[in-house]
Write a protein that binds this ligand. Structure first.
Ligand code: K1U
Ligand code: ZN
Length: 173
């Protein structure tokens, strides 16, 4: 398994709609493993393939936060939200492609999601709490959308300028 570099906003690949995957091949399973390793290393609770420059509809997540609890690594190919609650939830979100920036985002509190797992089997599950927030944040990545796109233009521009500066500094180092 390999830890892959995570793209930092702004990057055109983070604004692109990712392509559905076809048959789940050994190569795609290896990609999911790399993404889980990259997510745990960051550390993060989710990661979408476009964040490592792969424009495919694949996300990984593990929102288990309790100390000592067993991890629940999940890899979702072609995930689809098939139902969303009217009830909304606000969470202060972060993003591994927008380091050290956080903002409150409102999203449906509960969602029903359908996806294909690494063995090729179809799944459907009801997510709530942090899992619901995270899966929506990651599916947004697959649609070229970032959490800052929910913010007012001034705040979004301020964060984007900080990221341009961060990328310039990292390129010089
Ligand atoms: O997609 C990403 O950029 C990953 C992102 C997912 C996410 C965070 C918060 C709300 C919705 C989605 C992150 O994982 S940011 C890091 C983070 O939240 C975290 C890191 C270590 C421990 C606990 C959380
Ligand atoms: Zn993100």
């Amino acid at each position: 398994m390999t830890i892959r570099p995570i793209l930092i906003h702004p990057d055109p690949r983070l604004k692109t709609v990712a392509e559905p995957v076809g048959e789940i091949t050994a190569e795609l399973r290896a990609l999911a493993d790399d993404m889980l390793e990259t997510m745990y290393d960051a550390p993060g609770i989710g990661l979408a393939a476009p964040q490592i420059g792969v424009l495919k509809r694949l996300l990984v997540m593990d929102c288990i936060k309790e100390e000592g609890a067993a991890p629940r690594p999940m890899a979702l190919f072609n995930p689809e939200i098939i139902w969303a609650s009217d009830d909304m939830n606000t969470y202060e979100e972060g993003c591994l492609s927008i380091p050290e920036q956080y903002a409150e985002v409102d999203r449906p509190a509960e969602v029903q999601v359908r996806w294909i797992d690494p063995s090729g089997a179809q799944h459907e599950e009801h997510f709530k709490g942090l899992w619901a927030t995270c899966v929506q944040h990651e599916i947004d990545h697959l649609n070229g959308k970032l959490f800052i796109d929910y913010l007012k233009p001034m705040k979004r521009q301020m964060i984007t300028r900080k990221m341009v500066k961060l990328k310039r500094e990292r390129a010089r180092a």
